[in-house]
Design a protein around this ligand. Structure first.
Ligand SMILES: *Cc1c(COP(=O)(O)O)cnc(C)c1O
Length: 362
């Protein structure tokens, strides 16, 4: 069971529990969820756990991940989070709804939708201050007007994304603005918008304190489902599992060594000139895991171990536990950036610890 190294152990039942709890929580104020699978590279069994937990859509930023889930037989409505362009043809093929901000792209989508004899659904993203993707509110009506003129595009909603680039907090003011823009569009064009998607895992605090969520009826959640936290302060959400993913690596060297390098010091492997404090002789441990596999700063370990350095393939730890031997395993919790990197590394085996066929490796 523990022969794969390094490996990430994944609890599908905890992910499903989290999806279920969040679906119920947000559902109380009429908000449906998209389960976001990009941090786990569209891993089909994780998407399935989200679906079993009650999310209404599976959303990913990469068409390749969506195709992977589709090919694995996941039957969900797929949403593409990153605005597509050169991939328009396959987007129309595999995706029910895509998020969009450019007319040129919408024209491409309409062209391929016509060729495939279908309508492609879109959510138009609105810029509410975070300065990643989105149409400025002053340009929105004109943009919608142009979009509505495309023959094979159906505008099913609007959305916004906050706390991603600019760190702008979702709150009553920007959520009210999104709601009002939705009303304005519905009135101006005599259409009804089915999805008003107010944001991501950073919307938790707004949601909890909101007396009235107005027209917001959808959120796109990745981190909350996977890691059980909100993302403004990375606080755990009550009742959710925060350790559905754990990373294991093996000790490949364990020795007492001085804390001060000897010899002439110049650049390290990454072009920095390191400086060191003399802390005497310490028990040092090297694990077979490196910057190619994980974002080292995002590893969380127990207080007996301290990460003191890393290179492409090695992480060096100081150990208060004198007994850590070669061949032992070291366990880490991960934050979102670490999860993303570990799931992306081809060297980290993905192992499901609580599914019915005991374990599976992706
Ligand atoms: C990644 C992403 C999300 C999910 O963000 P979390 O913080 O993981 O909930 C939502 N919307 C868009 C557009 C995204 O790119």
């Amino acid at each position: 069971m523990n022969s794969f190294m390094p490996r990430i152990e994944i609890s599908l039942s905890q992910i499903q529990d989290n999806a279920r709890a969040l679906t119920e929580l947000y559902g109380r104020k009429g908000i449906s969820l998209m389960g976001v699978s990009k941090a786990v590279l569209g891993e089909p069994s994780i998407a399935e756990a989200m679906i079993q937990g009650g999310v209404r859509f599976i959303a990913d930023s990469r068409i390749e991940n969506i195709q992977k889930m589709e090919n694995a037989g996941i039957s969900a409505k797929f949403v593409l989070l990153r605005t597509p362009l050169s991939q328009a043809e396959s987007v129309v093929q595999s995706v029910t709804i895509s998020l969009n901000t450019e007319i040129r792209t919408l024209k491409e989508l309409s062209y391929y939708a016509k060729a495939q004899n279908k309508d492609h659904q879109v959510i138009i993203m609105v810029e509410l201050g975070d300065l990643r993707e989105g149409i400025l509110p002053c340009d929105l009506l004109q943009f919608i007007r142009e979009t509505l003129s495309l023959s094979h595009i159906k505008v099913v909603g609007i959305g916004c994304n906050l706390a991603c680039y600019g760190g702008v907090k979702p709150g009553d003011k920007n959520m009210r603005e999104l709601s009002e823009l939705a009303s304005l569009i519905e009135k101006e064009f005599q259409i009804s918008l089915e999805i008003i998607s107010g944001g991501n895992s950073a919307n938790y605090e707004w949601f909890n304190s909101a007396q009235d969520v107005r027209k917001i009826n959808n959120l796109r959640l990745g981190e909350s489902i996977l890691l059980g936290c909100e993302t403004l302060n990375r606080k755990a959400i009550p009742g959710l599992h925060t350790r559905a993913f754990q990373l294991f690596a093996e000790v490949i060297e364990s020795k007492k060594k001085p804390s001060l390098p000897f010899g002439e010091v110049c650049q390290d492997a990454f072009g920095n000139v390191p400086s060191f404090q003399d802390r005497g002789t310490r028990q040092r441990v090297i694990i077979a895991l490196g910057r190619q596999d994980v974002l080292v700063s995002s590893l969380k370990t127990n207080n007996k171990l301290e990460i003191i350095g890393s290179s492409s393939d090695h992480i060096i730890l100081e150990s208060k536990d004198q007994n850590l031997q070669v061949g032992d395993e070291v366990k880490f919790n991960l934050d979102y950036a670490g999860l993303l990197a570990a799931m992306t590394s081809p060297f980290v085996k993905k192992q499901f610890v609580d599914c019915s066929d005991v374990f599976a490796v992706a």
